[in-house]
Structures are given as structure tokens and as C-alpha cells.
Design a protein around this ligand. Structure first.
Ligand SMILES: Nc1ncnc2c1ncn2[C@@H]1O[C@H](COP(=O)(O)OP(=O)(O)OP(=O)(O)O)[C@@H](O)[C@H]1O
Ligand SMILES: O=P(O)(O)OC[C@H]1O[C@H](OP(=O)(O)OP(=O)(O)O)[C@H](O)[C@@H]1O
Length: 472
């Protein structure tokens, strides 16, 4: 937040910095604040250090702003020296004023005022979100320190050639050698979300359940990839399958039970104290109270502590073993592991967007490949088109774009001839046997099957979606 200043127009100057950094240095999005500073400077006859040779009447271009910011950044911040684009002017806190002239552009001089924030790590918290990114060089990725997701997270990163090097399991900071600008911090899943919101982490891998519970709809949290293919579970309301609940099979029936009154509400045990009440409210269930515990919630009804529980379910075994059942309409959300980011970090922290792009590309390419096999086979044929026509009669043999078909040059009696064609296709793992049968049916032989590491497509739609969510 701007510090009180005797100098006029400081607030207006700081507002420009904040606006530009939020808007990817697009001055056209900050016209109002730019005009306010102009007006202020006119009013004080440019007698503030925050005015100087500030503005041309014409629009300051984004390139000028970037160039200006670069020249401020260079002596100050090594991270910024490495990056072509500074992410935020507000991180350049140590200096008070800096005049930047964009050479060769008469009248288009910009005096950047850089004392909008006062300490090394500048932050004020509004609504759970820290205001400005702190000054640090590394991008921070939060990974689950223990629990169900910990090993699967490390395995996934390893499969993406992003192995995490942890010196010993009790050390909570680690490195990913492939991402030298990134630090890994091991944290409990709920703390990953909290620290994304406070600005202490920039990226994280956690379950969507935890993002919803602890993010509470805060729009600084951005889901970059919502389906990392592990940690599948759902958050669900469950009730006993005996006693007064024996014939209750839906949320509606549960809500209509005469037992629940203001004096004797439905008692629900849950660790999800934000999502639980929200779900009940959304479903019009009035007479309900919540109690909380850190685990083994399934014991609560049998212990007489609760009537129902709201907890994560995957195989359903824990519910079954404790004589509990799910009910129709009782699923609050579906969850699996997700890559999450702080919007603020992506827009303001140098290098964060590039890092998330690389991680996203690797994840997408790996996850796509993980569901497929490469199948290579030989087919006798007169020419490639004829072989392709035969393959296309079989629904499982079309590959990602279509089959790749290449001639096999056989040497017979000293002569080279083409009698066979090698075909290469990707087939879904689930359809492998069916595909092999179809290949044989159209004359395929010598079928080789191998796993795939990556399938890099054109730019992933999740990336365009992310840029659009960031307003870029
Ligand atoms: N039964 C389950 N099957 C699959 N995934 C689950 C299951 N239970 C939980 N998860 C996923 O794993 C995440 C971590 O669960 P876990 O019980 O390991 O938490 P934890 O690390 O012990 O955290 P805490 O003890 O602080 O609640 C959950 O948030 C959820 O996304
Ligand atoms: O449907 P299932 O496959 O049986 O899994 C469900 C159980 O898994 C989770 O508990 P966890 O094992 O993490 O222990 P906790 O109860 O201590 O949280 C969840 O809280 C359920 O109790």
C-alpha cells in the first residue's frame, strides 16, 4: 500500500504502477489512473518528484513502459535482469524515485516513482489475499509433504522429467534441476492453498477438494490443470444404513425427515467446515449443525456424536466397513489432483508464467501419452494409399491424426522391392487388444507395441484458457 507522503501525487503515481503491473503493461487499460496523475501534476505545477517530465499527451506504448521498467530493474534485481519482461513495477521498492527517459521518443518520457511500497516484502492482506508479490528470485512450487498425494505427485513430476531432488525426507525445501528458477516447498495440502493466497507460494499441486475448501472461491486462485489423473475421490454426505436411516436414500428424503428441528438439528461430522454448510444451504436444508474432527469421521455416527458425515470417498470401503451409505444428491464435489497457481504470482512475478507454461506443457504431453501405446506393424500392399484404405475400414486404427505409412525396402535376389509397408499408429491403452485384432484382420503382422513418453500437440487449450483468465 502506498505510504503517506508529503509529496503530492504519490498516490496517483503508485496507482499507475499497480494498474500497469496488473494489466501486463498495457497503458490503454490504465488511462484513467494516468489521467489522474496528469491532472494532479498540472494542479501542483509539476512540483512533485512524482511528476517531472512524465507524460506525453499521446498514449505511452507498452514497449516504452517495458523498456522503462527494464532500465529501472537492471541494477536492482537479479531476477529481473534475467527476464525479458519485468512482471511488476511494485517490486522495485528500495529506490525512491527514478527517472526513465525513453530515448528517441521526444516528449515520451516517463518518470517512474518506485517508492509505493516500503519494505523488502511488501504485502497487505485483503480478503485473504496478499496485495503485492514479495521480492524473491525463485518461483515457489508447493507439493504435499505427506499423505495420499505425496508420492503420486513426485511420481507424476518424475514421469514429466521434472524429478524433485530432496536431500532427505525431513527437509521441506527441494529443487527440480530441470527448472532452475523454481524451489519446491513441501507443505500439507491445506497449507499449500493458504500459502498461495498469502503469496508465500506461487504454484501448487493439491486436490480440488482442498482448493475449494480452503480457497473458498477466492479468484486469486487459478486452476491451471484440473485433472492430473490421481487422487480421485469425491466429497459426499453419508448416513448410517440402519435404524431411522434404513429407508432413506436421497438428500431430499433426509431433509424431509421429521426428526430434524431447530432444537434437534441433523448433526454432521466433517473436516469440510466451509463446503459443508455451503452445500446444505444451497440445498435448502435448514436444521443442521456441524462438528469437526481431523480423521476417522466414519466412527462418528456409531459413537453417537453425529447423524451423518461429510467426507471424502474413493473406493467406498471405509463407509461400508462402518455401516454407512451414500445417498442420491449427496455428492458435494468430485476431486482429483490439480495444478493451481496464484493469479497474482503469474501476472506479477518474473518468470512465473514461463515456468507454469513449461510445467503445463510437460504435464499435458505426459498425461496424453500415458493413455496411449505406439503400435508398429507391417502390412503387405501395393501402395501406401491402398494400405491406408484398408486400415481406415477399422475404427480403432485411425491413430491421433491418421496412420503413418512408410515403405519397407526388402532386398530379394539382389534387387530392392517394396512389398510391405510399416504402419505406425497410437492406440488408447484400453483399446489395445481390440486394435491388434483389427490390425490382423486387415493383414497386419509383426505387431510391436511400446509405451509413449510424451505427445506434444499444438498449443494446449488450457494455456489459452489460462492466458484468458489472466486477462492476457
Ligand atoms: N480416499 C481417498 N482416495 C483418494 N484420494 C484421496 C482420498 N482421501 C483423500 N484424498 C485426496 O488426498 C488429499 C490428501 O489427503 P490426506 O488424507 O492424505 O490428507 P493429509 O495430507 O493427511 O492432510 P490432513 O491430515 O492435513 O487433512 C485429499 O485432499 C484428497 O484430495
Ligand atoms: O473410500 P475409501 O477408499 O475407503 O477412502 C475413504 C477414506 O479415505 C480418507 O481417509 P484417510 O485414509 O486419508 O484417513 P483419515 O480418515 O485419517 O483422513 C477419507 O477421509 C475416508 O476416510
Amino acid at each position: 500500500m502506498p505510504q503517506p507522503s508529503k509529496e503530492p501525487c504519490k498516490k496517483e503515481a503508485c496507482d499507475i504502477q499497480a494498474c500497469l503491473s496488473k494489466n501486463n503493461f498495457l497503458p490503454q487499460r490504465c488511462q484513467t489512473v494516468i489521467e489522474k496523475l496528469q491532472a494532479c501534476c498540472e494542479k501542483c505545477n509539476n512540483e512533485s518528484t512524482h511528476c517531472g517530465s512524465i507524460f506525453a499527451k499521446t498514449l505511452i506504448s507498452a514497449d516504452h513502459l517495458r523498456a522503462a521498467a527494464m532500465s529501472i530493474a537492471t541494477p536492482l534485481n537479479t531476477t529481473l535482469q534475467r527476464s525479458p519482461l519485468p512482471s511488476s513495477l511494485s517490486v522495485f521498492s528500495p529506490i525512491h524515485t527514478t527517472t526513465v527517459s525513453v530515448t528517441g521518443t521526444r516528449k515520451r518520457c516517463l518518470r517512474m516513482v518506485t517508492s509505493c511500497v516500503s519494505s523488502h516484502s511488501q504485502s497487505s492482506v485483503h480478503n485473504g489475499v496478499t496485495d503485492a508479490v514479495s521480492v524473491r528470485n525463485q518461483i515457489r512450487l508447493g507439493l504435499p509433504s505427506k499423505g495420499r498425494m505425496a508420492t503420486d505427485t513426485l511420481d507424476l513430476l518424475k514421469d514429466c522429467q521434472l524429478s524433485v531432488k530432496q536431500v532427505n525426507p525431513r527437509q521441506y525445501v527441494a529443487q527440480i534441476p530441470q527448472l532452475p528458477n523454481t524451489e519446491v516447498w513441501f507443505q500439507r495440502p491445506k497449507d499449500i492453498v493458504r500459502k498461495l493466497l498469502s503469496g508465500d507460494l506461487d504454484l501448487g499441486i493439491v486436490g480440488l477438494d482442498i482448493v475449494s475448501e480452503f480457497g473458498q472461491g477466492n479468484d486469486d486462485l487459478i486452476i491451471v490443470h484440473e485433472a492430473l489423473n490421481f487422487g480421485d475421490c469425491h466429497l459426499s454426505l453419508a448416513i448410517p444404513n440402519y435404524g431411522i436411516f434404513e429407508n432413506i436414500n436421497s438428500l431430499e428424503e433426509l431433509a424431509q425427515m421429521p426428526q430434524w428441528t431447530a432444537e434437534r438439528p441433523l448433526r454432521v461430522a466433517t473436516g469440510f467446515t466451509y463446503l459443508g454448510p455451503k452445500f446444505m444451504k444451497e440445498n435448502g436444508i435448514k436444521h443442521v449443525t456441524f462438528s469437526t474432527a481431523d480423521g476417522a469421521l466414519e466412527a462418528a455416527p456409531a459413537m453417537g456424536i453425529a447423524d451423518a458425515i461429510l467426507d471424502l470417498v474413493s473406493s467406498g470401503t471405509t463407509l461400508k466397513e462402518n455401516n454407512l451409505k451414500e445417498i442420491e444428491g449427496g455428492v458435494v464435489l468430485q476431486s482429483q489432483a490439480a495444478l493451481v497457481a496464484s493469479k497474482r504470482a503469474l501476472t506479477e512475478r518474473t518468470g512465473a508464467l514461463d515456468t507454469v507454461h513449461e510445467i503445463l506443457e510437460r504435464l499435458e504431453a505426459h498425461l496424453k501419452a500415458a493413455g496411449q501405446f505406439t503400435v508398429v506393424a507391417n502390412m503387405r500392399g501395393t501402395d501406401a494409399e491402398e494400405v491406408a484404405a484398408r486400415l481406415k475400414t477399422q475404427p480403432s486404427l485411425s491413430g491421433l491424426q491418421g496412420p503413418t505409412i512408410s515403405p519397407v525396402y526388402c532386398k530379394r535376389d539382389g534387387k530392392v522391392s517394396i512389398e510391405f509397408y510399416a504402419i505406425v499408429i497410437c492406440v488408447p491403452k484400453t483399446a489395445l487388444y481390440e486394435s491388434v485384432q483389427q490390425l490382423r484382420a486387415v493383414g497386419g503382422s509383426g505387431v510391436l507395441v511400446s509405451p509413449l513418453t510424451y505427445i506434444f500437440d499444438e498449443e494446449t487449450p488450457r494455456w489459452s484458457q489460462l492466458l484468458s483468465n489472466l486477462g492476457l
